[in-house]
Design a protein around this ligand. Structure first.
Ligand code: CTP
Ligand code: MG
Length: 232
């Protein structure tokens, strides 16, 4: 099973608010994106890595690649206006076309594990599409435009969805093509695949696999890295 991971890294990190895109901010001395890429170097489940990033950062990414000895990066592609456009650019490469399974993993989720990546890749092959999800800790309500509650959804039936998300190659490529043709914009890769009518299997996610979005997330990551260094 040839498996390729696409790492979308073309965001500007507005909510994070640093002077460089958050994926390049150093966490415990190592850029967040490098920490993420190191986990993919380690897992036996993935052969190739494609990064979607703004052209302005390609040279820097090449430098990080040699500095940290990242061997699996096979292509850097231009990012897009929306995350979905970034993924589309990566899907059009010949490496993706020659893969059996495509994973997509946010550059800013460095606490993913090699074993979990393997589980998602295997589930993607088995079910066609597989994603990790956690039962939300808080009650989730649907609201109206004028600031009232419209509905309270039963929490046990809800999932907060993470990456890596995994797909059989022909499913994700067909779904992204359909979304492009019909102008559908989803918030994650699975929503594109759902739009195209394919079933998506949900696995229990990992609580620690947070998406670094705000400075508070970063503070937690610094604490976690220090704990890990102490053997925790
Ligand atoms: N991403 C991307 N292309 C975009 C937008 C986002 O590749 N046009 C990537 C980000 O770099 C990140 C992942 O998608 O790795 C998840 O996005 P998010 O956490 O929203 O990052 P940003 O868009 O950078 O942050 P913000 O929304 O706060 O600006
Ligand atoms: Mg964003």
């Amino acid at each position: 099973m040839r498996t390729t991971v696409i790492i979308p890294a073309a965001g500007s990190g507005t909510r994070f608010g640093a002077d460089i895109p958050k994926q390049f901010v150093a966490l415990g001395g190592i850029p967040i994106i490098v920490r993420t890429l190191q986990v993919f170097e380690e897992t036996g489940a993935v052969e190739s890595v494609i990064i979607a990033a703004s052209q302005d950062f390609h040279e820097y990414l090449r430098a990080l690649q040699s500095q940290y000895g990242l061997k699996k990066i096979v292509a850097l592609v231009e990012g897009g206006k929306e995350r979905q456009n970034s993924i589309m650019n990566a899907l059009q490469t010949s490496i993706c076309e020659a893969s059996d399974v495509i994973l997509v993993h946010d550059a800013v989720r460095p606490f993913i594990t090699p074993n979990f990546i393997t589980s998602i890749a295997e589930a993607a092959w088995q079910h066609g599409a597989a994603i990790p999800g956690l039962v939300p800790k808080e009650t989730i309500k649907e609201c109206s435009n004028d600031g009232y509650v419209r509905a309270t959804h039963e929490r046990s039936r809800l999932r907060a969805i993470q990456t890596p998300q995994g797909f059989r190659r022909e499913i994700i490529t067909a779904a992204y093509q359909k979304a492009q043709n019909e102008g559908f914009l989803g918030t994650d890769d699975a929503s594109v695949v759902e739009f195209a009518g394919f079933p998506v299997h949900i696995l229990p996610g990992i609580e620690e696999n947070i998406k670094i979005t705000t400075p508070l997330d970063f503070e937690w990551c610094q604490w976690r890295i220090a704990e890990k260094a102490k053997g925790g």
